[in-house]
Design a protein around this ligand. Structure first.
Ligand SMILES: Nc1ncnc2c1ncn2[C@@H]1O[C@H](COP(=O)(O)OP(=O)(O)OP(=O)(O)O)[C@@H](O)[C@H]1O
Ligand SMILES: [Mg+2]
Length: 346
């Protein structure tokens, strides 16, 4: 082999090795590492998501919780690279089944969305076209992504209606003929249409009454088991996470402030913010309103504070909290907390 050919061969091998290493090195099905996403505004960059990391194993469900504006939806849209025009992933990796989605082209992402990762968008059930049959609206992405005719896609829609517990007779109903619960089931059907490995549900039960919320959460739990799905359930309501998730990530002002198994989070909540959130939502069967809301507001994300973002609202803060930005520390195996008091073992 000529020296030139040898160099080419070794370069090719190095590239292959790099790919192979990437395939081996990442954890779980989805491994989000230090994801940072900003939105550009006239007044400056909104630091919506800062160095967020978590892992979702095959078949596992992870809850992403926190108050409004803490970056839950932005994290989800970053995973799928569906950010609005003024949004961009600044740094970090989104490793999914051996590929780094953060570095993928739009064409590359089009092969992943719906077929491997799907999303139930926040408020999607109210965004359905009011004058088009719901079944046909679900058939459209199936036609697009699976290359099926409308007739073939409608056969799949009927199967999906069966799967999510809506009578097949309802496929020709327009949205207002369906109850809120049925519409949300239809949205779940749409998310499952191309047999994804991971589904992201962005507040999938928030607009529903308590009884229907419980039914939808039961449905998600059943589907997860039957289809061996991984699920990211986004909610501002911790009781939803407690009922349905294996693991939890609590976000505040764009950062992870606590993460661990749901047992870690509910039996040993350590961050003052997590404790207050738990108090705010006592349990799933009670009325879904913040029972005791947390005083004050999250910080401005254009100019986030130098110290702990939760400091002004925290009832156990110490002097250094205003100036020292806490790192995430592991307080027990797999349980991470971003609070100086956790470091002091309080
Ligand atoms: N297109 C955008 N341009 C500028 N800022 C944005 C944009 N979208 C979101 N943001 C800001 O990014 C931050 C995170 O918003 P995000 O929607 O991710 O929060 P969230 O946790 O999903 O809230 P909610 O519970 O209300 O859905 C907020 O400060 C929000 O105002
Ligand atoms: Mg949101």
């Amino acid at each position: 082999m000529s020296p030139k050919a040898k160099t080419k061969a070794s370069e090719k091998k190095a590239k292959t090795d790099k790919k192979a290493v990437e395939r081996i090195e990442h954890a779980g099905l989805l491994d989000v590492r230090e994801l940072t996403t900003h939105f550009k505004l006239g007044a400056g960059d909104v630091k919506a998501v800062t160095k967020v990391s978590f892992v979702v194993e095959p078949g596992e469900s992870l809850g992403l919780a926190g108050e409004s504006g803490c970056g839950k939806t932005t994290a989800a849209l970053s995973i799928l690279k569906l950010l609005p025009e003024n949004g961009r992933i600044v740094s970090g990796d989104v490793l999914f089944d051996g590929r780094n989605l953060a570095k993928r082209t739009e064409y590359g992402m089009s092969k992943i969305r719906w077929k491997e990762i799907s999303i139930i968008f926040q408020g999607a059930m109210n965004a359905l076209n009011p004058v088009q049959e719901t079944g046909k609206q679900i058939a459209e992405p199936i036609q697009l992504h699976e290359g099926l005719s409308e007739k073939q896609a409608m056969v799949r829609v009927r199967e999906l209606y069966d799967l999510v517990g809506v009578s097949q007779k309802r496929v020709m109903d327009v949205p207002h003929q369906l109850s809120g619960g049925m519409r949300q089931r239809a949205m779940i059907a749409m998310a499952l249409a191309c047999n994804p490995k991971l589904v992201i549900g962005d507040e999938p039960t928030t607009a529903l009454d308590v009884m229907v919320q419980a039914q939808i959460l039961d449905l998600i739990a059943r589907l997860r088991k039957e289809l061996h799905l991984s699920f990211i359930l986004i909610s501002h309501d911790l009781s939803v996470m407690a009922e349905t998730c294996d693991k939890g990530v609590i976000m505040y002002a764009g950062e992870v402030v606590e993460s661990g198994t749901t047992t870690n989070i509910f039996n040993n909540a350590t961050h003052p913010y997590t404790r207050l959130l738990i108090k705010a939502f006592p349990n799933i069967h009670e009325k879904r309103e913040m029972v005791s809301s947390i005083k004050g507001d999250p910080p401005n994300l254009i100019n986030p504070p130098a110290g702990c973002g939760f400091c002004p609202r925290c009832d156990v803060r110490i002097a250094s909290c205003a100036t020292e930005h806490p790192e995430l520390i592991e307080v027990e195996p797999g349980h991470f907390v971003r609070c100086v008091l956790a470091r002091q073992g309080v």
